[in-house]
Design a protein around this ligand. Sequence first.
Ligand code: BES
Ligand code: MN
Ligand code: MN
Length: 464
Amino acid sequence: MTATVAQALSHAESALPSTLDALRKLAQIPGISADPAPNAELAKSAANVAAWMTRIGLERVEVLELPGVHPYVYGEWLHAPGAPTVLLYAHHDVQPPGRPTHWKSPAFEPAERDGRLYGRGVVDDKAGAAIHFAAVEAYLKNGGLPLNVKIVIDGEEEIGSEHLEEFLAAYRERLDADVIVLTDTANLAAGLPSITYALRGIVVADVELRGLDHPLHSGMWGGPIPDPAMAMCKLLASLVDDHGRLAIPGIYEQVQPLRDVDRARLAQLPYEEAAFRKDAGLLDGVAMSGEPGFNTYELSWHRPSLTISALEAAPLKGASNQIVDSARARIGIRTVPNMVGSEVADSLCAHLKAHTPWGMQLTTKVRGSGGWWTTTPEGPAFSACERALKSGFGVEPVYIGCGGSIPFVEPFARVLGGVPALLVGLEDPICNAHSENESLLISDFQKAIASAIHLYDELSRLPR
Ligand code: BES
Ligand code: MN
Ligand code: MN
């Protein structure tokens, strides 16, 4: 017997306190995937996820172990013969917490304030997993689901799902599905449900410049001896022009101009520069950057961008008047259709080599990349998703792109034969994902669970 939508909705509503409690417990575990594997905290996090999945009635629940890989977790419920199969994805690994002094409550002690739950990983992406679990539970505790469900909870998304190929090779046979639902993306605004149809890719490289075999007194040696820290500044500055447009030769050659349909979608979206600046926390007087003449959404979703995410020579604390021996930086380039990650990495390294000042010794290390992804959000699965979000949020959903990356999506959708991928999530503009004081808007969490309940019902009628 299958639970009705009404039964499931009512169960989810009364179960919300216990769902939030389970989310808080999961968010206490610092499963930071940037730390090396094997990692006891990620094992704990995977075990917690597996226990949650077992508790709600999923079957064949398993922590998927591969040597040297942070664990993925799998579970399924396949008792709807003849009905479609949906594969639900989220990730349980999290980013490092950042500066402890900048958290208003400790990163791994989830705390509620003003309708938001604060803590590392709450919105990115433990709430994403919790949405699937709460919606599945609501059906299973009332008789059953109207369709077949498989769940994959990734343990290495925040490091680019590095072992995705191995994962797919090892577990391909159990992953077949008619549609994928991923809960790891943003909403354009709080309370405004959004379906993501494009993700940027990313190429990350570390660069080091060495000029000396030891630091020197800057008074004794400054002048004739070149400064590796200054060399790094000049080198990094050569990567962009005054607008922040990438200055790497050839980098825009592969960039596809925005399709008219996508441009029309952008034009329909609400945008207010003052609100955008405020949500970003941009300080008074600081100008926005990017290629002139491009809409803000086009810049963040459909054009490449470059960020220096780490930069080091010597810390101010304990600094002396010295010429440092070396300097290091991490460079991230967000890529868009039809840029090829390996070629972007080659162009970046060639540019760095050509612009290294004063013959400094240069080392570059490409740290891997994830591909961009884009889809045409049309057809019965997308219509089903629109109706489900409308029912859950009481607001018509919008279609958006995403400046971030989810490396799982492109290879996965491809291996499954190009099945539709529905990307939804809870990362609103003030959620601070990857920063301090990350938070989840609890009212949207509740609406997302209701939407998921409607979505499984809608997808159960998907033509196959
Ligand atoms: N949930 C994000 C992706 C995202 C970013 C969604 C912005 C919505 C808005 C995901 O967890 C993420 O952070 N991905 C990484 C991937 C990287 C490690 C390859 C990213 O974009 O940096
Ligand atoms: Mn995420
Ligand atoms: Mn993330």
